[in-house]
Ligand binder design. Structure first.
Ligand code: PLP
Length: 446
């Protein structure tokens, strides 16, 4: 950064050298409008942009920073690891320790393979499931996001949903021919040609959608009947909903898991794992090939271990408590301002839909988002120094660094932001009806 750079000037330069000015689409603010803030530094619950503006941050790298930014123990672990060399292309003790930590916390997770992203984890888990079962077909759910590998992008959530893309250009019909997309929260038919049913056990990429009673257990039964593998994509829920993630919380054990985000402590790290007999199909033991130059990276494993060391029972209780306070406060002040809202919560994860009815699947999420209120609310919150994710399909991620005063500040900002959104709509209607403030039939409404 050169002196005097602003968000606008950096974005201009970024757009010349990077498509859309970003390294990942949602960051471009396409769904909410305006120029993205360029982060200069972050600490705890806050980020600062290049203009010196501070934001209370609920993005937290989409869940990768569960302790908050730049936690001293994580910074120290990263520093120490980097000083010993950043990558070797040889096995390290850190990988063993992290693998053991993951297996210790998640019941049924017998073996893991470390990778560098959630995308890689899900993509590799699918290959493994196909290799292990000798079957081709994959069942996924509309609105669930499993990274951007070809076969899993169909009807994805997150930025894919933002951009209004059913999937993506450049993905061949052949690449998705074996992907079946089913509606979330209904147990689909699982035929004996299905290698795996892949699911976010709590959907956190179409806003936040909790699994309906019996949905996950129903998937387990359907997979068992068909001889298919059940794969939980716990890239968001893993080590966040509790030490054992969603499988522990809902009492349903999959055959395979995908992890990312939390376990890298803010560095590029993912993992997939599961039953020993399935994992043993992986090279070098078995015929399913999977590899990575930076896999099990020593700096990333050090960061991940430092984070897991902080996540004891007390940490989860605190995180849940903060999230409960935040959900209650948001619901109360936004409703109080006169806007219908749903604030779904599963443990420490929150969603925000400006809708009068609960959201249970992708169609309902899209319908809830169609009124455009999230966009205006996001902008009004950002103006007040509170950063939500710049897209209506992302979850809200309070971290362990968010204190009670931060929750109160958020509630105050949300009350004012909700009034601003409503005021804007009333004004819009008044304008459309000739400034009288009275709706006339036949006029276009905001
Ligand atoms: C973020 C995410 C991924 C992809 O992880 P990346 O590290 O971005 O590749 C996969 N699955 C879920 C559920 C995610 O939220």
């Amino acid at each position: 950064m050169s002196a005097g750079d602003t968000n606008d000037s950096l974005f201009d330069r970024a757009c010349r050298v990077m498509p859309g000015g970003v390294s990942s689409p949602v960051r471009a603010f396409g769904a909410v409008g305006g120029t993205p803030y360029f982060v200069a530094r972050a600490e705890g619950a806050h980020v600062w942009d290049v203009e010196g503006r501070r934001y209370l941050d609920y993005v937290q790298s989409y869940g990768a920073s569960i302790l908050g930014h730049a936690h001293p123990r994580v910074v120290e672990a990263v520093r120490a690891a980097a000083g010993r060399g950043t990558t070797y292309g040889a096995p390290t003790e850190g990988e063993v320790l992290l693998g053991e930590e993951l297996a210790l916390r998640v019941e049924g997770l017998e073996m893991v393979r470390l990778v560098s992203s959630g995308t890689e984890a899900a993509m590799s888990a699918v290959r493994l499931a196909r290799g292990a079962t000798g079957r081709s077909r994959i069942v996924k759910f509309a609105g669930c996001y499993h990274g951007h590998s070809d076969g899993l992008l169909a009807a994805g959530g997150s930025g894919v949903a933002d951009a209004g893309l059913a999937d993506s250009a450049g993905v061949t019909a052949g690449a998705v021919a074996d992907t079946v997309v089913a509606p979330y929260n209904r147990v689909p038919e699982v035929g004996d040609d299905v290698a795996a049913v892949v699911v976010e056990p709590v959907a956190a990429n179409m806003g936040l959608v909790a699994p309906a009673e019996g949905f996950l257990a129903g998937l387990r039964q359907a997979c068992d009947r068909a001889g298919a593998l059940l794969c939980f994509d716990e890239v968001i829920t893993g080590f966040r909903l509790g030490p054992g993630g969603a499988s522990q919380r809902f009492g349903v054990r999959p055959d395979l898991w995908c992890f990312g985000k939390v376990i890298g402590g803010g560095l590029p790290l993912g993992a997939f794992g599961g039953r020993r007999d399935v994992m043993e199909h992986l090279a070098p033991l078995g015929p399913v090939y999977q590899a990575g130059t930076l896999s099990g990276n020593p700096v990333a494993t050090a960061a991940g271990l430092a984070v897991l060391a902080e996540l004891d029972a007390g940490a989860y209780t605190m995180l849940d408590g903060r999230a409960a306070e935040l959900a209650a406060a948001l619901s109360e002040v936004i409703t109080g301002a006169g806007l219908a809202v749903q604030v779904p919560r599963v443990g420490p994860l929150l969603g925000l839909f400006f809708s009068s009815s609960p959201v249970c699947d992708h169609d309902e999420a899209r319908a809830a988002v169609a009124n455009g209120r999230y966009r205006r609310f996001f902008r009004a919150m950002l103006d007040r120094g509170v950063a939500l994710a710049p897209g209506p399909y992302e979850a809200i991620f309070p971290s362990l660094a968010h204190g009670r005063d931060d929750i109160e500040r958020t509630a105050d900002a949300a009350a004012a932001a909700a009034r601003e959104v409503l005021g804007h709509e009333v004004e819009g209607r008044a304008g459309a009806s000739g400034g009288t403030g009275v709706d006339r039939p036949g006029r276009v409404r905001a």
